[in-house]
Design a protein around this ligand. Structure first.
Ligand code: ATP
Ligand code: MG
Ligand code: FE
Length: 341
């Protein structure tokens, strides 16, 4: 059973082939980051137009990678939401049109379920149940995951997502878009003892988080440093990046441990773009080793948006596949409303 997956919710066009017996067999990605960089953020109309340009060539490249043709595909999964309306429509339309022509079924996939299940594409593969720390550009949630489609939100950010906090902080430090990964690289060379930033909601008695204040704290700190020393030099900027990253990582680790303790679960699964962060991975691994807990991550290349996670989530939901034809997108879509599979 070969499932073609198409992701187009934001600024990455991802296409992949997942085989129920052979696993992930092909995976192609085009990121629009360079195109949007000029504007300092994603321009929705440009994103949609670029998905149109990329999706068919990427599909052809995927098939060529494994010497297959469209005739070998048994079902098509596509990101139905949440995401940018126009961008989602491209993937949904192409998936439905191809499936209609091939007379095969389609499956609309929840983008966050894709992220959430992406650690199952790595080895070793975690068994259910587990706690998922979903840390992406638009979402930050701790979830109890008891099976496919059995997701209970235990806590979430009350304002900015972790990835959003990375990107916004990077921007105010003058780093080019998209700043998250770059901020993280600079932080590695920063002095952890020079500045200390607040850990928002670290000791709150729930699993909720808040990151927008941290961004403001960085702004205040930068202004203070500028007032005292004039323009911020390279090393100082690295030190500020480090202080920011230390704060966010400590909160994410502490809340994750709390979720594990509260539920009695022993496995933590990390998903979403911020899951690529080296310092977060190191801190979680260290905390887990001390407590004999296990932590699982997606393959590094599958932390941010990609087609592989959509093909995989679709393959796990084949029972919900329908005939192509009339379709809808869901730019806003609550993960907890999904049926179990
Ligand atoms: P969502 O899935 O919630 O709709 P998204 O698809 O934009 O949002 P992802 O693709 O999962 O999010 O992740 C992108 C985010 O991950 C960006 O905010 C980016 O800055 C952040 N990110 C990527 N790599 C790193 C890193 N090494 N350290 C910190 N943040 C990172
Ligand atoms: Mg993206
Ligand atoms: Fe995403």
């Amino acid at each position: 059973m070969l499932v073609l997956g198409i992701e187009s919710s934001c600024d990455e066009t991802g296409v992949a082939l997942y085989d129920l017996t052979a696993g992930l067999v092909a995976h192609q990605l085009h990121t629009q980051m360079a195109m949007h960089a000029e504007y300092g953020g994603v321009v929705p109309e440009l994103a949609s137009r670029d998905h149109i340009r990329r999706v068919i060539p990427l599909t052809e490249a995927c098939l060529a990678e494994v010497g297959k043709t469209l005739a070998d595909v048994d079902a098509i999964a596509y990101t139905q939401g949440p995401g940018l309306g126009g961008a989602l429509l491209v993937g949904a339309s192409v998936a439905n049109a191809l499936a209609f022509g091939l007379n095969i079924p389609v499956i609309g996939v929840h983008h966050l379920e894709g992220h959430l299940l992406s650690p199952l594409l790595a080895e070793p593969r975690p068994d259910f149940p587990f706690i998922a720390l979903l840390v992406s550009g638009g979402h930050t949630q701790l979830m109890a995951v008891r099976g496919i489609g059995q997701y209970e939100v235990l806590g979430e950010t009350l304002d900015d997502a972790a990835g959003e906090a990375f990107d916004k902080t990077a921007k105010l430090l003058g780093l080019p878009y998209p700043g998250g990964p770059l901020l993280s690289r600079l932080a590695e060379e920063g002095d952890p003892t020079r500045f200390n930033l607040p850990r928002p909601m670290l000791h709150s008695d729930n699993l909720d988080m808040s990151f927008s204040g941290l961004k403001t704290a960085v702004l205040t700190l930068s202004k203070q440093v500028e007032a005292e020393h004039g323009q911020i030099d390279e090393q100082t900027r690295k030190d500020i990046c480090r202080a920011f990253q230390d704060a966010i990582v400590e909160v994410l680790v502490s809340k994750s441990l709390k979720a594990l303790k509260q539920t009695g679960m022993r496995k933590l699964v990390v998903a979403g773009g911020v899951g690529a962060n080296k310092q977060l991975r190191a801190a979680l691994d260290q905390a887990a080793a001390r407590r004999k807990l296990e932590v699982f991550y997606p393959p590094l290349a599958l932390c941010t948006d990609n087609g592989a996670m959509i093909a995989f989530a679709g393959a796990m939901r084949l029972q919900y596949a329908t005939a192509p034809g009339s379709y809808s997108i869901k730019p806003r879509w609550d993960l907890s409303g999904l049926p179990a599979a």
